[in-house]
Design a protein around this ligand. Structure first.
Ligand code: TTP
Ligand code: MG
Ligand code: MG
Length: 440
């Protein structure tokens, strides 16, 4: 297999951003850590700013906005993205079309009747997903705490980015500027102390707006809204509550909890809490893994090459299995060694054909270990990491020069199936089975 690039990195702690092409090796050493520039805030300032640190960012008329990039002459005009077929629905409507009453999920036929002048554009989903990835990449450069909700929106908790980037409001404006200048579409940002209120805020300031609802304004603001603004309150619940004379969030807040429980069952409690602005759910990142790896600390520090090789083979299998179950291929393989004094080095190599087989991972790992040369002391920990991941479907076909590679891959896939079925220890290459007493 060809080697395109080789990186050598020596450092003392693995947690810091290394010089591996400027990329963090450890996933915790992402965009939010490591930088010390920015405005110095007192602890009290930070505490205050962090009270409203949840952003909900949503693109304005997303599918339409992406289409308008290549048809700028349609800006400001009624535009609908949807299939013009009889039974299709509106996927996205420009704000000009909304003035005529056009909404998403409305049958196209109805929309066309309401707004005969609307320009109808057929959706190009692949393009929207591409732009969606770029949007999420911008979010990811702000903080690791990104929880995507759909193609065009996410929650971000920017509490940890304030020192580096400024108060949440400035971060919201930064995101809006970047989305507009880099992607050519507009976004709206809601900021609050909770996900629920942040989402309400972004909806209220659309299009092309930003709204921060501070902690002290939250309850008074919520109490001006209709009950339908509460999460979990759909048309049916609205009806049930209306029958009891409960129409606004303020009405819900004023209703004793036992009565709400009687009317709504378990939802009663949830709705009551929301009516007082209580929503403790944290922003929960679902991250696309940037790398997959495995590492092991030896029970006793070792200088033994055979033992290191054996461990690398085991870690290669673990990593490859995880790569395959994630449907990913790796372009770069990194080896990590931690010495007895805890100093840590990494070596990485980028391969010409993305790989997901343990044998190929192992092959590179052994070369990397050899490239370290004479080791200054015993090894405490060894690790393998597959980086620069790409989806298997997108990776070029694994056309290896050596047919054996393909056979290995097929064999390992079969191994995955058996492992899934019978648990982890049932099938392993002979070299990895526990050595007979006296062996090794
Ligand atoms: P939304 O963010 O709900 O809508 P939007 O971006 O078009 O408009 P807004 O300014 O109100 O946010 O949805 C994002 C995209 O998801 C939307 O452009 C098209 C797609 N979508 C569907 O395909 N089907 C649907 O029912 C909805 C609601 C959206
Ligand atoms: Mg949107
Ligand atoms: Mg949306």
């Amino acid at each position: 297999m060809g080697l395109d690039r080789e990186n050598h990195t020596d450092k003392h702690t693995y947690k810091h951003i290394d010089k591996n092409g400027g990329k963090p090796i450890d996933k915790h050493a992402g965009a939010t850590s490591g930088t010390t520039s920015g405005t110095p805030y007192s602890e009290a300032d930070l505490r205050e700013l962090r009270r409203s640190s949840i952003l909900h960012v949503d693109m304005d008329a997303f599918f339409v906005s992406v289409e308008l990039r290549s048809r700028p002459e349609l800006k400001g005009r009624p535009v609908i993205v949807g299939y013009p077929a009889e039974r299709s629905v509106v996927l996205s409507a420009s704000y000009a079309a909304r003035k005529f009453g056009v909404k998403s999920a409305m049958p196209m036929a109805v929309a066309a009747r309401m707004c005969p002048s609307a320009v109808i554009i057929e959706p190009r989903h692949k393009l929207y997903y591409e732009v969606s990835g770029q949007i999420m990449a911008i979010f990811g450069s702000i903080t690791d705490l990104v929880e995507p909700l759909s193609v065009d929106e996410a929650f971000l908790d920017v509490g940890g980015a304030i020192r580096r980037l400024g108060p949440p409001r400035e971060i919201g404006e930064l995101i809006r500027r970047r989305v507009e200048s880099e992607l050519g579409i507009t976004a709206s940002v809601g900021i609050a102390a909770s996900k629920f209120v942040a989402k309400i805020a972004s909806t209220r300031c659309k299009p092309d707006g930003l709204l921060l609802i501070g902690p002290d304004e939250t309850v008074p603001y919520l109490h001006t809204l209709p009950v339908s603004a509460l999460w979990g309150v759909g048309a049916k619940t609205v009806e049930v509550l209306a029958r009891m004379g409960i129409r606004t969030v303020a009405d819900v807040a004023a209703t004793p909890l036992p009565s709400l429980r009687k009317i709504l069952g378990a939802t009663g409690e949830h709705v009551h809490r929301l009516s007082w602005g209580i929503d403790p759910r944290p922003v929960t990142p679902v991250r696309l893994e940037k790398s997959i790896g495995a590492e092991e600390t030896f029970a006793v520090d070792t200088a033994d090459d055979a033992l290191l090789h054996r461990e690398l083979l085991r870690l290669s299998h673990r990593t490859a299995e995880r790569l395959r179950s994630a449907g990913m291929h790796a372009r770069t393989v990194a080896l990590k060694l931690r010495y007895a004094d805890f100093s840590t080095i990494t070596r990485s190599r980028t391969v010409s054909t993305p790989i997901d087989s343990a044998q190929l991972l192992y092959g590179v790992a052994v070369q990397l270990l050899e490239s370290v040369g004479q080791r200054p002391m015993t090894v405490r920990l060894v690790g393998i990491r597959a980086e620069q991941l790409e989806e298997a479907a997108q990776a070029p076909l694994q056309l290896s020069l050596d047919r054996r590679d393909d056979n290995w891959r097929a064999a390992e896939q079969a191994l995955d199936r058996v492992t899934r079925k019978f648990g982890n220890k049932s099938v392993l290459p002979a070299r990895l089975l526990d050595p007979a007493p006296g062996a090794d």
